[in-house]
Design a protein around this ligand. Sequence first.
Ligand code: PHE
Length: 455
Amino acid sequence: MATGHERGSFGGALGFILAAAGSAVGLGNLWKFPYLCYRTGGGTGPEGTGAGAFVLSYIAAVLLLGIPVMLAEIILGRRSRQGPVGAFKTLAQGKRWHWVGALGVTTGFVLLSYYCVVAGWTGEYLVQAASGTFGSITPEGANTLFSTFLANPGKQVGWLVVVMGVTMLIVAGGVSAGIERMSKIMMPALLLMMLGLLVLALTLPGGGQALAYLFRPDFTNFGMSTVLDAMGQAFFSLSLGMGAIITYGSYVEKRELVITSAFSIAIIDTLVALMASVVIFSILFSFNTTMEGSGISNIFTAIPILFAKLPGGSFTVVVFYVLVVLAAITSTISLLEVVVSHFIDRLGWHRRKAVLLLGGAITLLGIPSALSFNVLADYTLFGKTFFDLADYLCANWALPLGGLFTALFAGWFLARHHKTEELGSGPFFRYWQFTVRFVSPLLIVGIMVWILLAA
Ligand code: PHE
């Protein structure tokens, strides 16, 4: 079992918060959250009723599932100083819990394979922005650009390979050198840029409509699948249920502000998702446009329209897509890091070898997802393409299951002193323990059983 220089650590609490927030903030916030809003809300045309039910379910999921499970993951990582499999193995005292970690590593493997496809779209859009394509783009032009791009198998696979290549290079560089340094620059920049866009979006004529669309509690479209989506998205967006936060927690040296870290990460992550949605929907309402492919294109088709109208927009849109690319890359890094650190810790592989072999395998698995929008578009299972199915299984089922077992383990089986040494033994500890013992598990199981019975 390799430790020491092969593992590395973060410089301090801020480094950890920003790196973990870097993992959390990504395409989940900028692309998937607005996309789920659009899908649940029924679009921005006259047929749309609003995404309030989804947004409110999401916030409830962050509070009742996300934050408690995040605390559990940080504790498991810090106490064991291991990735997910090692963490469960070390802390479960001989009981067979490590398969929960193995489920996490497997989920990370699959999730990264399709996540990189969307990350590749951000790369293409950065190149398009830099070459001035968006200068005077119309809403129709933006839709055509996106669908033509999706239909091109060579570009889809090419970008997948590029994104995986960059991710592998950074992860090969090790934890504090690569991940922490990059997150420290990129997270503040992203937050600032989102704030600027938010102010701008709210002054657009459709700003008020966007807010109403997102926050009005309208339950016309509400159903159990809204709740499943919200739960899956909370785990996905906060990088929970697959050991990413366990792994990052294992790089935290001292007992540094565990509670503050968990809340900061969750707040930053939720704010970015909400800000991105307000911006995107303000644009859609203001320019009276709808999106390609039931909303999947949102951050790609809506944003250029706004920048095209702004003075100096052709420059700022480049900055924007640089930040989106970086947000995507800080997430792909954390996904690959979970898989790689498992092989380093448990099998004693060298970092380079682990990165090369596992990164290569993940790239191969990504190919059917990259082709799901073109050559393989008609090959569906349960009405879903390979890409959709991988996302549905990872986000809506595998991550919540991982979160369920993490909560149960931390609540019922982890020795008490591990928890009190991290959280103290006051009222917050008792509240958290009650939540991971009862509230989170019952909610997750309840939602899953409900969905299965309704199927
Ligand atoms: N949280 C990341 C996002 O929102 C995705 C992710 C999931 C990263 C799971 C790591 C682990 O984009």
